[in-house]
Design a protein around this ligand. Sequence first.
Ligand code: ZN
Ligand code: ZN
Ligand code: ZN
Length: 134
Amino acid sequence: MEKFVPLRVKCPKCKKTLMDPYHTLHDKPSILVDIESNDKKGKMRLCSFYGCYDQKLSIEIEDQAIMKFFCPSCKEELTSKNVCEECDAPMIPLSMEKGGRIYVCSRKGCHKHYLNFENVSDGLRKMYNEFGYF
Ligand SMILES: [Zn+2]
Ligand SMILES: [Zn+2]
Ligand SMILES: [Zn+2]
């Protein structure tokens, strides 16, 4: 577990936090987003450890279905023009409180995700300063 870094993320649109301290995954606040797939709406919680794929869905979603992500605060859809290298689904951007973004694949069952910093060396240095590794 110690190679994993807990991330804190916020909505890229309204900048409100997406962290839910009342529901933890791996003992850390989970990341909470609203989701929609095939006209079904629900909530998804993601583990905040970078590299961990644990998630909890409040509704049943078929494997491989593409989900739409929405901010629980401003209700805006979170989407980007970036597509997943592995499955071509849209990548979902989440802003990190320390700067930069994490992108996660919107297809259920696809584990593709990556970090993106406007200034890579800066972003990595911040992570390093905060966690002492990465
Ligand atoms: Zn928002
Ligand atoms: Zn986890
Ligand atoms: Zn994918």
